[in-house]
Write a protein of this length. Structure first.
Length: 114
């Protein structure tokens, strides 16, 4: 039944060839670099957040699972909420100094942005 999953083929033009096999190109995740080779920028953002401040950690190179694990550690240590998506970690509040020091203590090459 998985061979005929129509939801994964939305937007595909119909083919009259009976031997046609639809294949999806799976995006390859990058291999996670060791912490010493990561160059992370910790900055604050206020845009499109109704005046609320969030701390962004940008520049992480690696898999989504490793990004989520790092975000969970940062959120736990700071005691706030946040999320990890699109290659960046969002931490609620202005915690640039605390996040930068935490990342540096974990062995990451972290710099404080604006």
């Amino acid at each position: 039944m998985n061979d005929n999953d129509w939801k994964s083929r939305l937007g595909v033009v119909y083919s009259t060839n009976p031997d046609f096999q639809y294949t999806q190109d799976a995006p390859e995740e990058q291999e996670t670099l060791p912490p010493a080779k990561q160059r992370l920028i910790v900055r604050i953002d206020r845009r499109q957040r109704a005046g609320k401040q969030v701390t962004l950690v940008e520049g992480f190179t690696g898999t989504h699972d490793d990004l989520a694990a790092l975000a969970k550690v940062l959120k736990t240590k700071c005691g706030v909420g946040g999320t990890a998506k699109d290659g960046e970690i969002t931490i609620q509040g202005d915690l640039r100094d605390k996040v930068t020091s935490l990342l540096q203590s974990m062995g990451y090459n972290a710099k404080r942005g604006n």
